[in-house]
Write a protein that binds this ligand. Structure first.
Ligand SMILES: Cc1cc2nc3c(=O)[nH]c(=O)nc-3n(C[C@H](O)[C@H](O)[C@H](O)COP(=O)(O)OP(=O)(O)OC[C@H]3O[C@@H](n4cnc5c(N)ncnc54)[C@H](O)[C@@H]3O)c2cc1C
Length: 489
């Protein structure tokens, strides 16, 4: 009978009888973090083997919108061509705000200073970018344009502290899902560089000595466990844990309010468990990205969100993931988007959205929603009075989306968790240095072990601050960092 291997218990080095496979750097997972780690390690001269559970490369990256959050140093070539100067200090400040209390200053600085050159590196690997700018607010560009506003840059409070610039850089594809193009190109590059790839290869356990220094791993290939020696390091890039119901219930139960995994299906937390098995610390495990997008069409952002007490609770023009975090925190996870006839539309993502109440007056809507008399009417009246003058003194929505809601009939669209089914993925993971080296709870480096992508807790580490492109930007950038460091040890 073959030995039972465990993600949560390493195989001890002295129990290894022979190595089935030998490599210098072993990369586990062939999404974007794994691809970039492998390429950079190979470019630094190491022999590299990638082990991927699926029969093909791609992971969740291949399903993604293909947007990278990049800027700084005066702007990428695309930002500058579109007339946007993006100072490193503004980019850094935005990223610090996006991390909130969880922000990691050293990681943010490293990223803010290196992201512009990272764009050039992606281009050099063959990832196509058309180089054009689209001013249209979108979830993902439907055109093949590159540069988009993909976060809360223009919204309060971000715009007060960081000069706004569009920083979403989407790979070239007409329509959604440009992540597929990215993974095709990076896979071609991996193959061209002579990196070994083993598909249908599931990591089962790490190999570590009694001091928890990592020497390799055990991988199931063709139904058999193979013991792999990785003399320079193992880089864990297996994605997050949104598909692992036990881990979600234990660490991030709030994500169940947006129950559809934003994932290709293999975000089972394997890498996080492997890292923890040798003493790796896990951090910010309760943080997650979630969305129940109210737009497109963006005319709906002229509406206002209210909770069961008839109160507004967010500037509706903030990034849709931030808005969703605020939605989920309202009493009973109930909230409605109030619209009038002039802006009424059905959100693209929720074409069958429930209209909870409608009326010729806001008093009728208020009564139908069962709210305390006068509360909703007061909220709308106050909003309308200020919006007429282009102001939103309570929540600071930008003038572009300020329009009094005065044209009957009026309606309340149900954006509560009982009515719309959002999607989510996890942001917590292994604690690492910007080099990708995995840390213990005491801050000591675990020799021979690295993590990147959603297996690590990276730049995006606060659901309220996420912007589209932060995960691919972080995964690719810090994947490279890990690959380079491992190769040079
Ligand atoms: C529809 C959608 C749209 C998105 N749009 C964007 C966007 O535009 N911009 C952005 O920044 N983010 C976006 N995201 C999020 C982003 O795609 C992911 O967070 C990111 O791709 C994570 O990269 P990764 O390399 O960590 O993981 P992945 O790309 O998921 O790669 C992990 C790989 O590890 C493999 N694996 C898992 N377990 C094992 C194991 N035990 N052994 C071996 N291999 C294993 C998996 O099969 C997978 O191939 C989107 C996600 C989705 C689903």
């Amino acid at each position: 009978m073959s030995r039972p291997y465990s993600l949560s218990q390493p195989l001890r080095l002295d129990a290894v009888q022979h190595w089935d496979i030998e490599t210098e750097v072993a990369v586990v997972g062939f999404g974007i973090a794994g691809a970039c780690a492998a390429i950079e390690a190979r470019l630094a001269g190491a022999t590299v083997t990638v082990f991927e559970l699926a029969a093909v490369s791609g992971g969740s990256t291949a399903l993604s919108g293909g947007e990278f959050y990049l800027g700084g140093n005066g702007g990428t070539a695309v930002q500058r061509a579109a007339g946007f100067e993006d100072a490193t200090e503004d980019f850094r400040e935005y990223l610090m705000m996006a991390g909130g209390a969880n922000a990691d200053e050293a990681r943010v600085r490293c990223y803010a200073e290196g992201a512009r050159d990272h764009f050039d590196w992606l281009v050099a690997q063959g990832v196509p970018f058309k180089g054009t700018y689209s001013a249209e607010k979108c979830l993902e560009p439907l055109t093949d344009d590159t540069l988009v506003w993909s976060g809360s840059e223009k919204a309060w409070p971000f715009a007060e502290r960081a000069r706004p610039a569009p920083r979403g850089h989407a790979a070239q594809l007409v329509g959604m899902g440009a992540g597929r193009v990215i993974m095709e190109k990076l896979t071609e590059r991996v193959n061209a560089l002579g990196i070994q790839t083993r598909y249908s290869a599931r990591a089962l356990a790490l190999v570590a000595d009694d001091d928890n220094r990592v020497h390799g791993l055990v991988v199931r290939i063709d139904g058999e466990p193979r013991v792999v020696r990785a003399s320079k390091g193992v880089i864990l890039c297996t994605g997050g844990f949104i598909c692992n119901e036990d881990m979600v219930r234990r660490y991030v139960p709030a994500a169940l309010k947006c129950p559809n995994p934003t994932s290709a299906g293999n975000d089972h937390g394997a890498g996080i468990q492997l890292g923890a098995s040798v003493g790796g610390a896990t951090i910010h495990m309760g943080e997650f990205f979630a969305t129940r997008p109210m737009f497109p069409p963006d005319q709906l952002l002229n509406g206002i969100l209210v909770n069961t007490t008839g109160q507004r609770f967010i500037n509706e023009d903030a990034y849709h993931g931030r808005v969703t975090q605020y939605m989920m925190r309202q009493p009973g996870d109930h909230c409605w988007l109030l619209v009038d006839n002039a802006i009424f539309a059905r959100p693209w993502v929720f074409q069958d959205i429930e209209i909870s109440a409608a009326g010729e007056t806001w008093e009728e809507v208020e009564a139908e929603l069962g709210m305390p008399a006068g509360e909703l009417v007061h909220t709308v009246t106050t909003y309308n009075r200020h919006a007429a003058g282009g102001q939103d003194p309570l929540w600071h929505k930008i003038p572009q989306y300020l329009r009094p809601l005065v044209e009957p009939p009026f309606a309340a669209l149900n954006f509560g968790g009982d009515a719309v089914s959002g999607t989510s993925f996890t942001l917590g993971g292994l604690s690492t240095l910007p080099t990708g080296q995995v840390l213990t709870p005491d801050g000591n480096v675990i020799e021979g072990l690295y993590a990147a992508g959603r297996t690590a807790c990276g730049i995006p580490r606060w659901g309220d601050g996420y912007s589209s492109g932060m995960s691919l930007g972080d995964s690719s950038f810090f994947g490279r960092q890990a690959g380079r460091h491992a190769a040079n040890t």
